[in-house]
Each structure stands twice: as structure tokens, then as C-alpha cells.
Design a binder for this molecule. Structure first.
Ligand SMILES: *Cc1c(COP(=O)(O)O)cnc(C)c1O
Length: 399
């Protein structure tokens, strides 16, 4: 079967794919149909943070799949409760809503913030509050509410009218947030590191300033950790590196190490806004996904997380060296192993050149090369990747 041709025949054409059919993965490597091996510095968009088909995740999945896959959320099940307890233990006292994806995790946060903003919940003589300040260049998902919350026009095009109560502030600019606040504002939604937007890292002053602002105005601080979470930046969640405690965390992507799962972790105070019947999902907190996530969390232990920071620093150091060699490299940015290289030229050709040489990387915003390697790599893998990237860049440079 010609997979690439048949994909065009049968699959809705919303993805611009690279001409590559992948069939197998193990740790930091994936293999294509011809048996060619690739070093994966993309991890399925920061989904396989513990590497492909981690043996402990695979056996947890097998065990749970053979035991019980689904019974609906009308009954109690052990894997959901065990996972939620672990997430709370490693964040703050609160409650968790389990869903299936990032967009759903954010959708839950948005609905909860709205409910919390109703006079009946917030109390006093406050008017209903429902505006959520988000940021230019942000990415929060593809459902209509999360698309409305996404501060990038290119994703909105063709889908208007959207919800119009997500005013967009400038990332890393507190003043721009303050100017948007009014009596209708209920929350601020922010990625500690903007991923899709081109790997922009929040400054400490900015996140701390947002916390102070939210405290003064009685707003919920929601951090979208769907990409920056699960060890990616060197702590379980990026906010933990900033000393800024949010009211709500959204997680997905790498949460279940390759299976679909979303989580909205809500502080005990905010959690009171939801009552039975206010939200739900048939598949939310699928038992096999939960079993995988429990294993992922235990693999992401302090020893592994500590290595991420050192590896990230080494990677940034090597990329900075490349930046001195190639004048078309404009900036090197990152936190932990969430890394970007901004070019003054389009990046897609470089991604393709790396692919030919056996390295998977990504390009976002046309000109930002994005690297999201599995957290289990070592310095040697970084040297290999930088070597391949160097070759690819020199070819483009020579052309
Ligand atoms: C990927 C992503 C989402 C959306 O997650 P889906 O699982 O694709 O719905 C939301 N926010 C951020 C920061 C993301 O990176």
C-alpha cells in the first residue's frame, strides 16, 4: 500500500507532513519503512518526553488494557484517583479534572474560570466576570474557545466569529496586561514558555508580576503547561522554576507518555466553582492512559529532572556556538530542553535537510527551529544533533 498517496486520498488534508512513514520507535530513536533510523529531537511534539515505548510505560499499558479499559465516569476507578493524587502531591493542594487532550484541559480551565467569576461564586457585589487575558503569539488549542484564546490571527482566519472575551496582551509586558484589565476580567492564561509561538521564555519578573496582579484583582492565574510541563524545562512544571504558584495548571501532551490524556489541576479554592454536572467527558481519564501517566510521573523523578537543566544548558551553549558561525541565526532561546533557534531565513528546508541526515527537528513560525528532544538523551546525542544541524546549515548557507 502506498501510504503517502492513500493518506491524500482518505485523510482530511489539514496537516503538512514530511514525506516519511514511521513504523517503530524505541527510546530516542524512530525508524521508517525502509529501516532507516532517526534521532528524534521532536518527541512527537513533546509527547514522548520519556522516550518512545518506554518499557515501564508499555508494561503498565499492557497490564491495564488486559484488566479494564473503560467503564465511564459514572463509577469510581483506581487509576484515575491514583494519578490525580500524584499530580496534586507534586503541585499544590487541589483537585484534578481528567480529559483527553490539551484543548480540553484548557477548555475546562476556561469554563471553570467563568463559573468562578459568576457573582454567586465570587460573592460580594461584583458583576459577572468572564474575560480572560491571554497573550499575542500564544497557542491554546483548536476548539472554538481555545482557538479564541489563541493570540495568533493565522489560526483564526476563516472561523470567525470567535468568542470575543479573550483580550490579548504582549508576552513579557506587565503593563500591557494591566491596560486590559477591567471589571469583567476573571483570569489570566499564560504559557510559561510559549511553544508554538516560537519558544519565548517568560521572565521571572513577568510571571511574578502576573501573580501579584492576579492577587490584587482577585483573578485566577492559569498556566498552560501542555508543552512546557512534564519535565520539559527541568522541573515537573515550568512554573515551579519561577517560584510562582498558579491557581490552575493545564497539562496534556507528555502526560501519558504517548497516549491521549489531559489534566486540569485546580487549587482547592477555585475548585469549588464546579459542582456535579458542570463538566464532563466520556473518555476523560481513560484508564489505560491514566496507568501510563502514573508510570511517566514515576520515571520523571528528581534525578532525571536535574539532568534536564544541565543538558539544556549544554545544548544552548552548542547552539550559541553555531549562532556565531552563521549570520542568519538571529537568536537562541530556551529553558531546559525546550529550545529554539530563530533564523532570518525560512527553516523548513533545514528541517528537511536534517531529516535526510537522520535527525528529526521541527520548525515553527516559519523561521524558528524548535528542538524538543526526549529527556533521556545524553551529551553525545546533543553533539550528534548539533553536528547534523551544522552540516544542514552550511549546505543552506552555501546554496
Ligand atoms: C499542543 C498545545 C495545546 C493543544 O493541545 P492538543 O492536545 O493538541 O489539543 C495547547 N496549549 C499548548 C501550549 C500546546 O502546546
Amino acid at each position: 500500500m502506498d501510504i503517502i498517496q492513500n493518506e491524500k486520498n482518505y485523510i482530511l488534508q489539514v496537516y503538512k507532513r514530511y514525506p516519511l512513514v514511521l513504523v517503530r520507535g524505541k527510546g530516542k530513536y524512530v525508524w521508517d519503512e525502509q529501516g532507516k533510523r532517526y534521532l528524534d529531537f521532536f518527541s512527537g511534539l513533546s509527547v514522548c518526553n520519556v522516550g518512545h515505548c518506554h518499557p515501564r510505560v508499555v508494561s503498565a499499558v499492557k497490564r491495564q488494557a488486559a484488566k479494564l479499559m473503560h467503564v465511564s465516569n459514572l463509577y469510581y476507578t483506581e487509576p484515575q484517583v491514583a494519578l490525580a493524587a500524584r499530580l496534586v502531591e507534586r503541585t499544590f493542594p487541589g483537585k484534578v479534572f481528567l480529559s483527553n487532550s490539551g484543548a480540553e484541559a484548557n477548555e475546562c480551565a476556561i469554563k471553570l474560570a467563568r463559573k468562578w467569576g459568576k457573582q454567586t461564586v465570587a460573592g460580594g457585589d461584583m458583576p459577572d466576570r468572564y474575560e480572560i487575558v491571554t497573550f499575542l503569539n500564544s497557542f491554546h488549542g483548536r476548539t472554538l474557545a481555545t482557538l479564541s484564546a489563541t493570540g495568533q490571527k493565522k489560526f483564526h482566519k476563516g472561523f470567525e466569529p470567535l468568542l470575543n472575551d479573550f483580550p490579548f496582551a504582549e508576552f513579557n509586558d506587565l503593563g500591557s496586561v494591566e491596560r486590559l484589565l477591567n471589571e469583567k476580567t476573571v483570569a489570566v492564561l499564560v504559557e510559561p514558555v510559549q511553544g508554538e509561538g516560537g519558544v519565548h521564555v517568560a521572565t521571572k519578573e513577568f510571571l511574578q508580576g502576573l501573580r501579584t496582579l492576579c492577587d490584587h484583582r482577585k483573578l485566577l492565574l492559569i498556566v498552560d503547561e501542555i508543552q512546557s510541563g512534564m519535565g520539559r524545562t527541568g522541573s515537573l512544571f515550568a512554573w515551579q522554576r519561577y517560584g510562582v504558584k498558579p491557581d490552575i495548571i493545564t497539562s496534556a501532551k507528555s502526560l501519558a507518555g504517548g497516549l491521549p490524556l489531559g489534566a486540569t489541576i485546580v487549587s482547592d479554592a477555585a475548585a469549588q466553582a464546579f459542582n456535579a454536572g458542570d463538566h464532563g467527558s466520556t473518555f476523560g481519564g481513560n484508564l489505560v492512559s491514566c496507568a501510563a501517566a502514573i508510570e511517566v510521573l514515576s520515571i520523571l523523578d528528581p534525578a532525571l529532572l536535574e539532568k534536564v537543566d544541565a543538558l539544556g544548558n549544554y545544548f544552548m551553549f552548542r547552539l550559541a556556538k553555531l549562532a556565531r558561525k552563521y549570520p542568519f541565526i538571529k537568536a537562541v532561546r530556551g529553558l531546559g530542553l525546550m529550545t529554539g533557534l530563530e533564523l532570518t531565513v525560512p527553516g523548513r528546508d533545514i528541517v528537511t535537510a536534517c531529516l535526510d541526515k537522520g535527525l528529526l527537528i521541527n520548525c515553527t513560525q516559519e523561521t524558528v527551529l524548535r528542538f524538543l528532544p526526549p529527556l533521556i538523551i545524553n551529551r553525545n546525542d546533543i553533539r550528534t544533533a548539533v553536528g547534523i544541524l551544522d552540516e544542514a546549515l552550511s549546505e543552506i548557507h552555501a546554496a
